[in-house]
Design a protein around this ligand. Structure first.
Ligand code: NAP
Length: 258
C-alpha cells in the first residue's frame, strides 16, 4: 500500500456504485479524503456513509458530469471540504447496448457527451485546483472495449472509450507543464452490481473467456487507479493500464484449452 495517498483529496466520479465505488473504497483505505460524485443522491450518500462507517474520510456530491456548472461546483466542493484537490478519477460512464443498424444521431451524440465531453469538462474544471497540488494526478476509467476489443452492440461505446485515450495522449503533454499526469485504466469484465444482475450463467460464461478464470473485482480497478495516483507512478503519463485477467490475450478460444 502506497503511503503517498494518505490525506490526499480525491474526486471519484460515478462513485455511487460499480467500479467508481470500488475506486473510492480503495482510496479511502489508503487514507485519502474522497469526494464521491454521481447523479442519484440516495445511492451516493449511502456509498459515502459506508466508507465513513469503515473509518474513511468521504463525502458525497450530487452532480451530472456532462454539465459544466455542476462539474465546477463539484471541484469547488472538494476544495472546500478537503482543502484542495490532488487526484481526479474520471470514472463516470454509461454503456447502453445498440446495434449499428439501430443507432440514432441522438444515441451516438448522447453517449459521446456522457463518456467523452464529461472527461474534458472534469479535467478543465479540475486544472486550477490540481495546479496547487504537489503531486497532481488524473486517472480515467476507459475500457478494453473500443481501444482493444469489440463486441456487437457497443460500437458507439467502444468509440467513446477509444476517444478518451485520444484525449489523454494530448492532455498528457499539455498538462505536463503543470506537473499533472493523466493515465487511463482499461478494465475488462468487472463484477459490478449491474453484472451480478445478469445472473450466474452469464458470469460463468464470461469468466470462461478469461485466462485467470474469473471476472475482475471493482477493487482490482481501484488498486490500478491508486497506483497511477501514487508517488511511485509520478513519471508515468499518457499511458494505459489493462486490468482484465488476460482477457485480451487469447488468439482464439482454443488458446484457453490447448
Ligand atoms: P455503473 O455500475 O453503471 O456505475 C456508473 C456510475 O456512474 C454510477 O455511479 C452512476 O451514477 C454514474 N454516472 C453515470 N452517468 C453519470 C453522469 N452523467 N454524471 C454523474 N455520474 C454519472 O458502471 P460501471 O460498470 O461501474 O462503469 C464505470 C466506468 O467503468 C464506466 O466509465 C465504464 O465505461 C467503465 N467500464 C466498466 C466495465 C465493467 O465491466 N463494468 C468494463 C470496462 C469499463 P448515477 O446514474 O446516479 O449518476
Amino acid at each position: 500500500m502506497s503511503a503517498s495517498l494518505k490525506n490526499k483529496s480525491i474526486i471519484v466520479t460515478g462513485a455511487s456504485k460499480g467500479i467508481g465505488k470500488g475506486i473510492a473504497r480503495v482510496f479511502a483505505a489508503h487514507g485519502a479524503k474522497v469526494l464521491l460524485v454521481a447523479r442519484t443522491a440516495a445511492e451516493g450518500e449511502a456509498a459515502a456513509a459506508e466508507l465513513r462507517a469503515n473509518g474513511g474520510t468521504a463525502a458525497f456530491f450530487q452532480a451530472d458530469v456532462t454539465d459544466r456548472a455542476q462539474v465546477s461546483a463539484m471541484v469547488a466542493k472538494a476544495v472546500e471540504l478537503h482543502g484542495g484537490l490532488d487526484v481526479l478519477c474520471a470514472n463516470a460512464g454509461a454503456f447502453p447496448a445498440c446495434k449499428i443498424t439501430d443507432l440514432t444521431d441522438e444515441a451516438w451524440d448522447g453517449l459521446f457527451v456522457t463518456n467523452v465531453r464529461s472527461l474534458m469538462l472534469c479535467v478543465q474544471a479540475a486544472l486550477p485546483a490540481l495546479r496547487q497540488s504537489p503531486a497532481p494526478r488524473v486517472v480515467v476509467t476507459s475500457s478494453i472495449t473500443g481501444p482493444i476489443t469489440g463486441f456487437p452492440g457497443w460500437s458507439h461505446y467502444g468509440a467513446t472509450k477509444a476517444a478518451q485515450l485520444g484525449f489523454i495522449r494530448t492532455a498528457a503533454i499539455e498538462l505536463a507543464r503543470d506537473r499533472i499526469t493523466i493515465n487511463a485504466v482499461l478494465p475488462g469484465n468487472i463484477l459490478t452490481e449491474a453484472l451480478v444482475d445478469l445472473g450466474p450463467a452469464y458470469i460463468e460464461a464470461t469468466a470462461a473467456c478469461v485466462p485467470l478464470g474469473k471476472l475482475g473485482s471493482v477493487e482490482d480497478i481501484g488498486h490500478a487507479a491508486a497506483f497511477l495516483a501514487s508517488a511511485e507512478a509520478g513519471y508515468i503519463t499518457g499511458q494505459t493500464l489493462v486490468v482484465d485477467g488476460g482477457q485480451i490475450l487469447p488468439e482464439s478460444p482454443a488458446a484457453l484449452t490447448a
